[in-house]
Design a protein around this ligand. Structure first.
Ligand code: ZN
Length: 426
C-alpha cells in the first residue's frame, strides 16, 4: 500500500531582472517551445483524422528524439523543455476528454507565454543567491522576494504584462499539522457576497478588487477608441494587460488570505461541488461567475488543508438552497427569495446561511486518509505539467506503426515529418 505523502509542493515566484539578451533568449525559447506544441497538436489531429488513431505523449516523445537527430533546428532547443511541451499538450487533451474543456488550440505568439523544464534531483538548485540559471537559456538576476526552500522539481519561465517571472516548483517536507480546533464549516459561495459561512459570517468581495475592476473597464474603453494597429493602441493595450494582471493578483491575494484563515480555524471545510463550466455556459451571470474565481479559491483551500492534515471536501450541490437546514423539508426557492421560511417548521433564516448549514451537514462525517487524494490535487495545482495520465499506456503499442496505405502516413506517422512541413513562425 502506498504511504501517504510526507512531502508537499510549493511554488516560489521571483521577478526577473532580465537584460535585453536574456529576454531575447527567453523569447527564442518560447517560440521554439510553441513550435513543438503546434506540431505535436497537428500530429494528433491528423492521425485521428486520417488514420483514426490516437497517440500518447510517450510515443510523441520517442519520435521527437528521432526528429532531433535529423533536424538541427529542432535540436537547438533543450530537450527537457520540449518534453514539458508534450506534457502540457497531453494535459489539455485530458482536460478536453475528461472535463469537457475546449478542444486544444494552436497557439499564436500572444497565446503562449510559459516554458518549463523538470529539474532532476541530482542537479544543483537553479537559484543561487539572487542568480538564476535557466538551463538551455542563460542566467539572470532575480528580485529575491523570499528565500527558496526545499528541492526544485520544475522551473517555469513566464511572460506577463509586468515583466518576466521565474516560478520554481519545490518539494519540501510537510510542515507540522496545525492544531485541531474541533470545528467544521460549510461554505456557500455566491455572486453578491463572495461566501457565506455556516457560522453565520458573510465574506464580501474586497473593495479594492472592485476598484481595480472599474479601472480596468475604464482602460478598456480608452483602448477601444484608438485606431487599430496604431502606436497609441499598443500602449493602451499594454495598460489594459497590466490592469488585468493587477486584478488577478488582488484576487489571488484575497483567496490566499481567506483560505489560510479557514484552514487555521476549522478542521473540516465543506463546499459545493459546482460544475462551473456548466454554470458559465448556461447562465446569464457567467461573467460575474468567472470573475470571482471560486475554483482557484477551492484549489488553494484544498492544498492548504492537505498540507495541514485537515479535510477539504466537495459535496453535491443538489437542493442545498431548497432544503430546510433544521427539519429537512424541501420547498421551491426562486432566486429572488432571500429568506428561507420553512413551510413545515418554524425555521426562518437567510437563504445563503441556510444553504451553508446544509453544505456543512452534508460534509461533517469524519474521514480518514482523505489527505492522500488531496496531496495529488495539490501537486497538480503546483505542478500541473506533471499530472499522470489515466490511460496513456493502454494504446501505446498500437501506434508504433500507422497503416502504410493511409494517405499521408509518411508525414503524420512521425513528428519529424510535421516539424519539417510546418512553418516555425505560424
Ligand atoms: Zn423546517
Amino acid at each position: 500500500m502506498a504511504k501517504p505523502k510526507d512531502t508537499t509542493i510549493r511554488t516560489f515566484q521571483y521577478k526577473l531582472k532580465a537584460n535585453k539578451s536574456f529576454v531575447t533568449a527567453c523569447e527564442k525559447t518560447l517560440d521554439a517551445a510553441r513550435f513543438v506544441y503546434n506540431c505535436a497538436l497537428q500530429q494528433r489531429i491528423d492521425l485521428y483524422k486520417y488514420a483514426g488513431k490516437s497517440i500518447s505523449k510517450f510515443e510523441q516523445s520517442r519520435q521527437l528524439t528521432e526528429a532531433r537527430n535529423e533536424l538541427p533546428e529542432v535540436a537547438d532547443c533543450l530537450r527537457s523543455i520540449q518534453t514539458d511541451v508534450l506534457d502540457r499538450l497531453d494535459i489539455t487533451f485530458q482536460a478536453f476528454f475528461q472535463r469537457g474543456a475546449g478542444f486544444p488550440r494552436f497557439k499564436g505568439r500572444d497565446r503562449y507565454h510559459t516554458f518549463s523544464q523538470q529539474i532532476e534531483k541530482q542537479r544543483v538548485c537553479p537559484l543561487k543567491g539572487d542568480k538564476l540559471t535557466v538551463p538551455g537559456v542563460g542566467s539572470c538576476r532575480v528580485r529575491l522576494s523570499r528565500p527558496i526552500e526545499g528541492t526544485v522539481k520544475q522551473l517555469r519561465i513566464t511572460r506577463r504584462a509586468s515583466g518576466w517571472y521565474a516560478l520554481l516548483v519545490c518539494e519540501m517536507p510537510k510542515p507540522l499539522p496545525l492544531p485541531k480546533t474541533g470545528l467544521s464549516v460549510g461554505i456557500d459561495v455566491g455572486i453578491k457576497e463572495f461566501a457565506t459561512l455556516s457560522t453565520g459570517e458573510q465574506i464580501a468581495n474586497p473593495r479594492t478588487l472592485q476598484q481595480h475592476a472599474e479601472n480596468l473597464a475604464k482602460l478598456q474603453r480608452r483602448m477601444a477608441k484608438k485606431r487599430k494597429g496604431s502606436q497609441r493602441r499598443a500602449k493602451a493595450k499594454q495598460k489594459v494587460a497590466l490592469a488585468y494582471e493587477k486584478v488577478g493578483n488582488t484576487r489571488k491575494d484575497f483567496h490566499h488570505k481567506l483560505s489560510t484563515r479557514l484552514v487555521n480555524e476549522f478542521d473540516t471545510i465543506t463546499v459545493e461541488d459546482l460544475q462551473i463550466t456548466n454554470m458559465v455556459r448556461n447562465h446569464k451571470l457567467s461573467k460575474a461567475i468567472l470573475d470571482v474565481g471560486w475554483n482557484s479559491f477551492f484549489t488553494m483551500a484544498r492544498c492548504k488543508a492537505a498540507s495541514a492534515d485537515k479535510v477539504f471536501e466537495k459535496v453535491s450541490p443538489a437542493y442545498t438552497s431548497q432544503d430546510c437546514s433544521k427539519c429537512g423539508h424541501r420547498q421551491k426557492m426562486p432566486l429572488q427569495v432571500r429568506v428561507f421560511d420553512c413551510g413545515n417548521c418554524d425555521h426562518k433564516q437567510d437563504r445563503d446561511l441556510n444553504a451553508a448549514i446544509n453544505i456543512s451537514n452534508r460534509g461533517e462525517r469524519p474521514r480518514i486518509n482523505k489527505a492522500r487524494g488531496d496531496a495529488r490535487a495539490c501537486l497538480r495545482s503546483g505542478n500541473r505539467f506533471r499530472l499522470t495520465a489515466r490511460n496513456e499506456n493502454q494504446d501505446d503499442s498500437s501506434q508504433r506503426s500507422v497503416s502504410p496505405d493511409a494517405k499521408i502516413a509518411i508525414d503524420i506517422s512521425s513528428i519529424s515529418g510535421i516539424l519539417r512541413t510546418m512553418q516555425p513562425n505560424m
